[in-house]
Design a protein around this ligand. Structure first.
Ligand SMILES: [Mg+2]
Length: 308
């Protein structure tokens, strides 16, 4: 039987570690030096990716469902108490507009980038609680859409978050003691993607994995910006390349340039949800900032189910 609690813990803690260690890789981009640095550090500090995942988990647990206004309020209050976590300019702009104009978060999000909304990876980087909580729900796409739209109005920004949520949901349901069904996994994501941008990149990930290309070549082909259709596919590539090893998946995601903390958060959300908490190095878990609070959220999330 699959240990669901271990998978929720793996997804939440895994994503936070990927974020924290990915952020360190900006300063230590070589594996050997990063290893030494990780051994020396007393604490791994996470960034906005995990701060917003925490907010999503808090709001889902509080409401028992996805409530856009409560989610926006939770993101906002967490931002106000920890604005130093490396947030991009989008969220604080939206929070001010909601406060000053009395509009909803989704309405404010639609005004960004000249009225087209953001297609950055900010909705995908935080989505692990949605992928976990709705892993068996037929409404997964809609729930991912709702959670994304609080800050990301562009169809690609929403679709990237939904595909990331689906990858996490698939990972939860797979038994890591069995052979990893790579073909079925990527085929499912190709079918799940709604925009041509995400579909094309999922097909490209499939080709790169089949051809067994180097991660550097894959990163170059997929793109290395903060756009979700460039970063999420490389995070997925890292997982598909190393489905059985959390560590190898993490290093693949964060040591090839790009948006390292978010690549780590996304790749390790999928990996942790697949391999489970026991397959994540204990020495890393012990050093994760706010570890017990994140564990508590994961366990509470695993104990409730979405209303059908
Ligand atoms: Mg970050």
């Amino acid at each position: 039987m699959i240990d669901i609690k271990s998978k929720y813990l793996g997804g939440m803690i895994g994503s936070a570690l990927g974020d924290a260690i990915g952020e360190l890789a900006f300063h230590h981009p070589e594996k050997d030096k990063l290893y030494i640095h990780l051994a020396q550090l007393k604490q791994f500090r996470y960034t906005d990716d995990t701060a917003m995942s925490i907010g999503l988990a808090e709001s889902i647990i509080e409401k028992g469902c996805l409530d856009q206004q409560d989610l926006g309020n939770t993101f906002r209050s967490n931002f106000l108490s920890e604005s130093w976590r490396g947030y991009a300019s989008g969220p604080p702009t939206i929070f001010s507009m909601v406060e000053q104009l009395g509009i909803t978060y989704a309405e404010a999000a639609r005004t960004l980038f000249g009225g087209v909304g953001s297609f950055g990876n900010g909705a995908a980087m935080r989505i692990v609680p949605v992928g976990l909580f709705f892993h068996d729900s037929p409404d997964l796409y809609e729930m991912a859409h709702m959670s994304a739209a609080v800050t990301h109005a562009h169809p690609v920004g929403i679709d990237g978050a939904a595909v990331q949520a689906k990858a996490i949901a698939l990972a939860v349901k797979l038994d890591p003691r069995e052979a990893f069904p790579r073909e079925v996994f990527i085929d499912t994501l190709i079918g799940f993607a709604d925009t041509p941008e995400m579909k094309e990149k999922m097909v490209l990930v499939q080709e790169l994995i089949k051809a067994n290309t180097t991660p550097s070549f894959a990163a170059e082909q997929l793109g290395q910006t903060v756009a979700v259709h460039e970063s999420m596919p490389f995070a997925l590539f890292s997982f598909l390349r190393h489905p059985k090893s959390f560590e190898d998946c993490l290093f693949c995601a964060i040591l090839h340039g790009g948006d390292r903390d978010t690549l780590g958060a996304m790749a390790c959300a999928i990996s942790g949800a697949y391999v489970g908490i026991k397959a994540i190095p204990e020495s890393w878990i012990e050093k994760l900032e706010n570890r017990s609070y994140i564990e508590d959220l994961a366990v509470r999330l695993s104990e409730i189910t979405p209303a059908s």
